[in-house]
Structure formats: structure tokens, C-alpha cells
Design a protein around this ligand. Structure first.
Ligand code: DC
Length: 254
């Protein structure tokens, strides 16, 4: 579970990659923290709470892919229509709430945060997210958001591709069954057929996200792996805070 290097080394490499300002690197309060993991592993809720405690910004990058998929469905643009798809990336924007959490997404000039979490987008988004040209169109925007430090960024490829020099990398995992149960609770579903469908959809999405050629879901070699099966929300937040503290201790001892 212990990653292979300390924060100070990571910061040095990060600076050489020119992803962060000198000011950010000099401050313990400006760490860049990547949280990756499969659908419904808790990245967004746990990451947002950890960011609140640290007084960091929080960014849920899944919203970018969801908003592009939502726009594409709305306009009848298929995943294979790369020329039609890529410009849609320029029409979506993450918007901070009053606490600086980048948890709202605007598309078509309005807030579509609720819409992008619907079942239609759930089913379609992985097919859009695997298009390399769309991913390329979103890379710089994600890096720019992290450039000043003091951020927790959640997604699939944050620690491996978007921010390979992040100070702390965390991989949140849970079994498909546990994640499907959580999703069913979120949707207030008690119907068994619907619950079975949620599990099936989730497995299909896992497979697309993990097997795509560009930036597949992977555990970074230097990530803390936290398995959340059977954990309460508070226990997982505590595990994430513990990993961040351990990484800081590691850097002090390095
Ligand atoms: O985390 P989520 O379920 O909201 O993600 C929605 C989709 O976007 C999912 O198919 C994975 C994809 N995604 C991605 O490929 N890379 C990211 N950094 C974030 C999400």
C-alpha cells in the first residue's frame, strides 16, 4: 500500500515538468492529490470531503466526459463521429461552487449537473470517453486546473496520465457488487431487476474503461490502494486522509 516515493521527490519532478508554480511547490498547502478508481468507488463524495477538510479545491473530471456525452446524445453525435464529437469538448465547463468545489458542469450555457448523472448518460458515457481525440482535447484543461496546487482531482487516469507527478496518488477500489449496491441506494431502487441491471451496466462500463487503448483505468505503481468494501463513508475518508498524512510523513523522512 505504501507508494514508492515521497512527496518532495514528486514535487521536484513536477516542477521540472513545469506543471506547477514555484509558490505552489514551496507550500505544504498546495499539494496535488489524484484519486482514481472505477465507477461508484466513492471518488467523488470521499474526494470532496477530504478536500473540504484540507481546504483544497475538488475536481470531478468524470463530469467533463459526462457532459460531452450528454451533449452528443442530445445532438445525435455518435462516438465514431470524431469530427462532430471533439468540438463539443469546448462547449462544456466545470464551474466552482461557493466552496471552490468543481462539482458543477455547464453545457449549452446552462447547469446540467443533474442531467449528466442520469441513466442515459450512464449507459453511453464510456463509449465516448474512450475516443482518443476527445481525451486529448480535455488533457490540457485538466492539467491547467491542477497547476496552482491545492487540489484533489478525481477520475480514471489522473495519477497515470493527467498528473503523473501528483504529490499523492490514491486508488479507491470496491467490488462491483458493493458499488452496484451503493448506486442502487443513490437511485432509491428496491426493484431487483433494476438492481441487476445496475450491476450489469457497471460491469460493462468497468470493462470499457479498463480495456480501452488510450488512458485505461489502471493503478499507478506509486498509488495508495484503498479497498472500500464494507467501509462506511467516514472510514473511507479516514483512510484517504491517512494516506495523505503518510505520504507527507514519507516526504519528511526522505
Ligand atoms: O467517474 P464517472 O462515472 O463520473 O465517469 C464517467 C465516465 O467518464 C466513465 O466512463 C469513465 C470516464 N472517465 C474517464 O475516462 N477519465 C476520467 N478522468 C474521468 C472519467
Amino acid at each position: 500500500m505504501r507508494p514508492g516515493h515521497g512527496i518532495l521527490r514528486a514535487v521536484t519532478r513536477d516542477l521540472s515538468a513545469n506543471h506547477r508554480s514555484d509558490q505552489a511547490a514551496g507550500s505544504r498547502n498546495a499539494l496535488v492529490i489524484a484519486i482514481d478508481g472505477p465507477s461508484s468507488s466513492g471518488k467523488s463524495t470521499v474526494g470532496a470531503e477530504a478536500a473540504r477538510r484540507l481546504r483544497y479545491r475538488f475536481c470531478d473530471t468524470g463530469l467533463l466526459y459526462r457532459a460531452v456525452a450528454w451533449l452528443a446524445l442530445d445532438r445525435g453525435v455518435a462516438p465514431a463521429d470524431v469530427a462532430g464529437l471533439v468540438p463539443l469538448a469546448g462547449e462544456v465547463a466545470l464551474v466552482a461552487d461557493s466552496r471552490g468545489r468543481l462539482r458543477h458542469i455547464h453545457a449549452d450555457g446552462r447547469d446540467v449537473t443533474r442531467q449528466v448523472r442520469g441513466a442515459a448518460v450512464d449507459r453511453a458515457v464510456s463509449a465516448y470517453a474512450k475516443v482518443p481525440e476527445l481525451r486529448a482535447a480535455l488533457v490540457t484543461r485538466q492539467r491547467d486546473m491542477a497547476a496552482a496546487g491545492g487540489i484533489i482531482m478525481a477520475g480514471r487516469d489522473i495519477g497515470t496520465v493527467i498528473l503523473p507527478n501528483a504529490d499523492v496518488k490514491i486508488y479507491l477500489n470496491a467490488s462491483a457488487e458493493e458499488r452496484a449496491r451503493r448506486r442502487a441506494v443513490q437511485r432509491r431502487t428496491t426493484d431487483e431487476t433494476e438492481a441487476g441491471q445496475i450491476l450489469e451496466d457497471l460491469r460493462r462500463r468497468d470493462s470499457i474503461d479498463s480495456n480501452r487503448e488510450t488512458a485505461p483505468l489502471r493503478t499507478a505503481p506509486d498509488a495508495f490502494i484503498i479497498n472500500t468494501d464494507g467501509n462506511s463513508f467516514d472510514q473511507t475518508v479516514a483512510a484517504v486522509m491517512g494516506a495523505i498524512a503518510e505520504a507527507q510523513d514519507g516526504s519528511r523522512g526522505a
